[in-house]
Design a protein around this ligand. Structure first.
Ligand code: NAI
Length: 674
């Protein structure tokens, strides 16, 4: 047994190579692991076994992929090229073995892990829901580089393979079987027997039918490439995300000539990997890991969560916790307020779980509880009632005496300081904020809002609960707007000011999406609800030196609250904002984008200076995962550094001159180290 692998030879002369990285819960293909793998292949080949089975000794998965951390440290395309060619050599050795090889896949089999499996003669995957196979590389700004682009197109056929690589999605074992990505999809207990059978019988390896090979024909490729490009263009902009386009060009030029295709893959991936987009996306991936790391493993386990307020947020938080395996009681003022939340939850269960048995099981664990009987038993109580200090305070008065001693008492308030809410509690320090974002099922971040008296144990337990329900915890100080709303609000308010200046909503939104935001600010404000925007804007108006725009107030007074009422800044039909057709980009839009984004960036600096979060990386993580801020730009502070602080300051000063002190550069820039 070495640090990574363990081999067993059975009585049938089959070698079982277990990937079992020491002191780790998952297997990752680091350079050292790859070298160790190569050594094992050489040794095993010398024993002339009847066959080789590669499997993982980890319960969680087969191989999670290549070593993303190491990607960030690669200094030049040449260095990346060398590493990739080495991986090619090793996987060629695996593919060329004179005896059959089988990858036994249970759990995650992603990226480099799937490429290793593709170099085996056969693949068998477990039908367990934990099994997922896919190529997430495009999400990191690259494409499969360990021979995956060649072997997947050869095995699956050109279109299915390209679509799998271009989408970055992961598929279940059964879907993988339909694609012929695996030879068998079987219950976990049958995997080993099936591997023995394949080795004994050695059926011919799968080859896709002519129809699937045809799109790779040199005459057809330009047409197919055009179709693929237009499919990609509907999802991402080439200037923001170059990897899908690079993959299509690579395929178009080299498909069908394996040697040329391997060489091109190595060159292209090396160059993408060291480019700015991939490095920023890798940074985002690592920031996500850092947020996960903020939640330590703890004894605290939430088996029962009680949510109070079955509105937009409370209802969705309750449903999400159920989806993550927790029993939930949901309370509102009277039973009639709970119906909508329960039926919305069932929609979520159907969408995410599909299997009717699992859907029913989830539905059974969400209990309508207008009397609040669940409070006494709950490990976590989350309050999500109206954003009203008096209402919340009087609720806490009734709530507090019923709580279990060890229970976490959390509020989902989006703007009221915790100190204020906790005023009348017997133990004010036990109140903490768990600030979820809307829509709960889509937004990965939860701000852990802390007040000075919170015990470190409480903060750690709240973070660990957040991670246990599959969200990313970010501790922030209780200060108006916390981090995300505080930074987002100036950006939204600048958009409303642009509207007041007579600029069309579509032009403003387009300026932001061209910058890389997932949704324009006007559409975002309508989606969140203009009443909520107004209430946050009012609470932040002093902090932001920004009077609340009249335009916003008037719409709310007129009952035009956005998507939920069918009208806000846009008219909404069937959940869609009614916009004019797409317009060509203009230079003016760059100016609008500068006005909105620079306010966001400047406010980020203010939060950093005030210590709302502990450092610039965490700030970037919060804004990316809490607002969807253009991930390929690596976060607002990283964007500022990449642009050049002097350039940011000079733009801010010019805008200050024209539009006034809402653009005054924050004093924090002076000591900001780049
Ligand atoms: P909502 O108005 O949709 O729902 C509030 C629910 O609380 C209603 O169903 C109401 O009947 C119930 N309720 C009011 N008083 C109650 C009481 N004393 N006991 C039991 N139930 C009571 O509000 P929404 O949007 O879900 O917001 C809830 C909280 O979440 C607020 O503090 C808000 O600031 C915060 N929040 C809202 C976000 C959003 O985008 N809507 C995002 C993040 C936080």
């Amino acid at each position: 047994m070495n640090h990574y692998f363990r081999v067993e030879h059975d009585e049938q002369q089959i070698a079982w190579l277990y990937f079992d990285t020491a002191d780790a819960t998952t297997n990752v293909l680091t350079s050292e692991a790859l070298e160790a793998f190569d050594e094992q292949l050489i040794n095993i080949a010398q024993t002339h076994p009847k066959g080789l089975v590669i499997l993982s000794a980890k319960d969680g998965g087969f191989i999670a992929g290549a070593d993303v951390k190491a990607f960030a440290a690669i200094a030049s395309p040449e260095e990346a090229h060398k590493l990739i060619l080495r991986a090619h050599d090793i996987f060629h050795r695996l593919e060329a073995l004179s005896f059959p090889s089988v990858a036994l896949i249970h759990g995650y089999c992603l990226g480099g892990g799937l490429e290793l499996a593709l170099a085996c003669r056969y693949r068998i995957a477990s039908t367990d829901p934990a099994t997922r196979l896919g190529f997430p590389e495009v999400r990191l700004g690259i494409f499969p580089g360990f021979g995956g682009s060649v072997r997947s197109t050869r095995l699956l056929g050109h279109l299915p393979a390209m679509q799998l690589m271009l989408s970055g999605r992961a598929v279940s074992a059964r879907a993988a079987k339909r694609l012929h990505l695996v030879d068998h999809a079987l219950p976990r207990r049958q995997l080993k027997n099936a591997a023995r059978q394949l080795i004994n019988e050695q059926p011919p390896a799968w080859r896709p039918p002519l129809g699937k090979r045809l799109p790779g024909n040199a005459v057809l490729r330009p047409l197919v490439a055009r179709i693929l490009r237009s499919q990609v263009a509907r999802r991402v902009r080439r200037s923001h995300y170059p990897a899908p386009d690079a993959l299509i060009s690579h395929w178009q030029k080299t498909a069908g000539q394996p040697a040329g295709m391997y060489a091109s893959e190595a060159r292209q991936v090396a160059s993408l990997l060291t480019g700015e987009t991939a490095q920023n996306l890798i940074r985002v991936f690592l920031l996500q890991d850092r947020l996960k790391g903020l939640a330590e493993k703890r004894d605290f386990k939430a088996r029962h969560v009680h949510v109070i307020g079955g509105g937009v947020m409370g209802g969705d938080i309750a449903a999400w916790c159920v989806l993550k395996g927790i029993d939930v009681t949901l309370q509102d003022r009277a039973p009639e307020y709970l119906g909508r939340a329960i039926s919305r939850a069932q929609g979520l269960f159907r969408k995410k779980l599909r299997d009717p048995y699992r859907v029913q099981n989830a539905a059974d664990r969400l209990i309508a509880d207008h009397r609040g009987e669940g409070i006494k038993k709950a490990d976590v109580v989350i309050e999500a009632i109206f954003e009203d200090i008096d209402a919340k305070q009087s609720l806490y008065k009734v709530l507090e005496p019923q709580l279990k001693e060890t229970a976490i008492l959390a509020t989902n308030t989006s703007s009221i300081p915790l100190e204020k809410l906790a005023e009348n509690l017997q133990q004010p320090d036990r109140l903490i904020g768990l600030h979820f974002f809307n829509p709960v099922a889509k937004m990965p971040l939860v701000e852990i809002v802390t007040q000075a008296g919170n015990a470190p144990k409480l903060i750690a337990d709240a973070s660990s609960f957040t991670k246990a329900i599959g969200k990313l915890p970010l501790p922030v100080k209780s200060h108006p707007g916390f981090l995300v709303n505080r930074v987002l609000m100036p950006y939204l308010l600048e958009a409303v000011t642009l509207l007041e200046e007579g600029i069309a909503a579509v032009d403003i939104d387009q300026a932001a999406t061209h910058f890389g935001m997932p949704m324009g600010p006007v559409e975002l404000a309508d989606t969140v609800g203009l009443d909520i925007c107004l209430s946050v804007a009012e609470k932040l108006s002093e902090t932001l030196h920004n009077p609340v725009p009249e335009n916003l107030r008037h719409r709310v007074e007129a009952g035009h609250l956005g998507r939920k009422t069918g009208q806000g800044f846009y008219v909404w039909k069937k959940g869609k904002a009614q916009k004019e057709a797409h317009r060509p980009a203009t230079e003016k839009q760059d100016h609008y984008a500068d006005r909105m984004i620079l306010r966001l960036v400047n406010e980020s600096m203010a939060c950093l200076r005030e210590g709302i979060v502990t450092d610039a990386d965490l700030l970037d993580a919060g804004i990316i995962f809490g607002t969807g801020f253009a991930p390929f730009r690596g976060g607002p502070m990283h964007y500022a550094k990449n642009t050049g602080i002097e350039e940011i300051l000079s733009k801010l000063r010019k805008l200050e001159y024209t539009y006034g002190n809402r653009f005054t550069p924050d004093p924090g820039w002076e000591d900001f180290q780049t």
